[in-house]
Structure formats: structure tokens, C-alpha cells
Design a binder for this molecule. Structure first.
Ligand SMILES: Nc1ncnc2c1ncn2[C@@H]1O[C@H](COP(=O)(O)OP(=O)(O)O)[C@@H](O)[C@H]1O
Ligand SMILES: [Mg+2]
Length: 257
């Protein structure tokens, strides 16, 4: 390991977000490392999405600091987050169905030649390369997005996040609306991203998935970060204990379903 492996790429310090009287986040401290999957778990309303929105720049915290690559910010905005290498894969994927794969991968950052002419050939080549690097099963980037499966569409959204310069890739409940095969594809893609050196942050309700793909698990409860666990050292019952406050040692199997 080198020094940069030990140094977090992002440090959240004392992050609080209030909505009127509601404290969606309270004094959250969290470090995020490259080459790791960090899972964020917790009950409905625990503050998981709010935490993700602070990171993606969708909301500004009421208090606290976000340090990215050594520079301190009191809040991000979406364009700043992307320019800092923080990319979010939204649940609706935000793809344009009526355009092809390559057009979606380069949406808003099209490659041009002679100053203004769209360089379709280069975008197709780069699309193929990008999809191949991420093991996304799409051979022809000229396919219309509307013709592709849920797993392939998710793959395009991830490839676009990487193509935006994303080094930290964020997912909020990526498998929530997915069947078994599609879930498998996205779980493998998430593991691949971390193996390729990206930092991945995944909100999930599925402890089974979380235990399989993550290196760290942080548990949110009522806006607070109540546990930051090493996945290899934790069990479903321990995680459930932090989520609910109840310890069900004998229910390990059931909880993991
Ligand atoms: N825009 C908002 N306005 C008011 N309250 C909000 C808003 N967004 C979230 N909240 C509240 O903040 C808390 C945390 O919400 P959220 O981060 O969405 O939780 P989770 O994603 O863990 O289910 C909840 O009590 C929720 O009702
Ligand atoms: Mg949520």
C-alpha cells in the first residue's frame, strides 16, 4: 500500500443538515477512500439520501466541512462535485431513451473536431473502450438505449459517470427496482469499480448485497452516523443491531435475506 491508499479522498467533518426542526443529518464525520466500496445503511428517514445529496452537491449542509483531495469546502454544487470527480448514478439513470449509447455516454460533453463538428467516430470508439473496461455487455454503442435491458442501461449510467471524470461514484439504492439478474450485473460492476481503483458509495437496504460488495459499512440512524464498520469484521446481526437498536443474534439468516 502507498500513502495515498491510507489518505481519504473525501473527509466529511461535522456535517449537519436541518430542514426546519428536522435534523436530517447531525454532526456526521466520515472518511472515504479510493479502491473501496462504502455501504450506507439505515432505516427509512435515517438520513442516507441526504448524506448522498451533500456529497453530490444537490444540497448544501447547514454546518460542517467537506474536504476533497485536501481542499476544504463548506458545500458543493452539482457542477463543482463533478469537476472534483464525484459522480452520482441516479435511480432513474437519467438516460435519453431516443438516442444511442454513445450519445448518452457523451451527453453534454460531446467530442468535436474542427472546433464544432461532432466527432461521432471518436465517440463510438471511446464508447466501446469505456464499456469494455467496465465489462458492460454492450457490443454496439450505436444501439438505441430504449432497446436495452435494465442491467445494460445501468451499465451506461455508470460508464457515463466514469466518462465525466468520476473517481468517486455514488449510488442510491441501485438494486431497489431490479430483478435478480440485473441486480447481479450491477453488484459485479460496483465490485469491479473498486477493484479498478474507484471509490464507490452505495446506499442499500439489502444487507446481503452490502456484505458481499463493501469493504466498509456505515450505519445511519436519525441523522447520526452510529457505526462505521469493517465489513469483514461485521455480521448481519451486528448491523441490524445498529440499524434498529435491537440485537437478534439468532436471526442472522432471516436478516440477510
Ligand atoms: N427536502 C426535505 N424537506 C424536509 N425534510 C426532508 C427533506 N429531505 C429529507 N427530509 C427529512 O430528513 C430525514 C432524512 O431523510 P432521507 O435522507 O431522505 O432519509 P433516507 O434516505 O435514509 O430514507 C427524514 O426525516 C426526511 O423526512
Ligand atoms: Mg433515501
Amino acid at each position: 500500500m502507498t500513502d495515498s491508499d491510507h489518505k481519504p479522498i473525501i473527509r466529511l467533518r461535522n456535517i449537519t443538515k436541518n430542514y426546519g426542526n428536522i435534523r436530517a443529518l447531525q454532526n456526521v464525520d466520515l472518511d472515504i477512500y479510493m479502491s473501496q466500496v462504502l455501504a450506507v445503511v439505515g432505516d427509512n428517514g435515517a438520513g442516507k439520501s441526504t448524506l448522498i445529496k451533500v456529497l453530490s452537491g444537490a444540497i448544501k449542509p447547514s454546518q460542517g466541512e467537506i474536504e476533497v483531495a485536501g481542499k476544504v469546502y463548506t458545500g458543493l454544487n452539482p457542477a463543482l462535485a463533478i469537476s472534483l470527480g464525484i459522480s452520482t448514478v441516479y435511480q432513474d439513470l437519467a438516460l435519453v431513451d431516443t438516442r444511442d449509447v454513445a450519445a448518452n455516454l457523451f451527453l453534454g460533453r460531446e467530442l468535436v473536431k474542427f472546433g464544432w463538428w461532432l466527432d461521432k467516430k471518436l465517440m463510438l470508439e471511446k464508447s466501446k473502450q469505456l464499456l469494455r473496461n467496465l465489462n458492460v455487455n454492450i457490443v454496439d454503442p450505436q444501439r438505441m438505449v430504449s432497446q436495452l435491458s435494465g442491467g445494460q442501461r445501468q451499465g451506461i449510467a455508470v460508464a457515463r459517470a466514469v466518462n465525466q471524470g468520476g473517481k468517486v461514484i455514488i449510488f442510491d439504492e441501485p438494486t431497489a427496482a431490479m430483478g435478480v439478474n440485473e441486480s447481479r450485473q450491477i453488484l459485479n460492476l460496483i465490485k469491479d469499480l473498486a477493484e479498478q481503483g474507484y471509490a464507490v458509495i452505495v446506499v442499500s437496504h439489502n444487507l446481503h448485497h452490502v456484505l458481499e460488495i463493501s469493504q466498509r459499512i456505515c450505519v445511519m440512524k436519525q441523522g447520526r452516523l452510529v457505526a462505521n464498520l469493517e465489513t469483514a469484521q461485521s455480521s448481519p446481526s451486528e448491523i441490524a443491531h445498529y440499524i434498529t437498536g435491537v440485537n437478534n443474534l439468532e436471526d442472522d439468516q432471516e436478516i440477510a435475506q
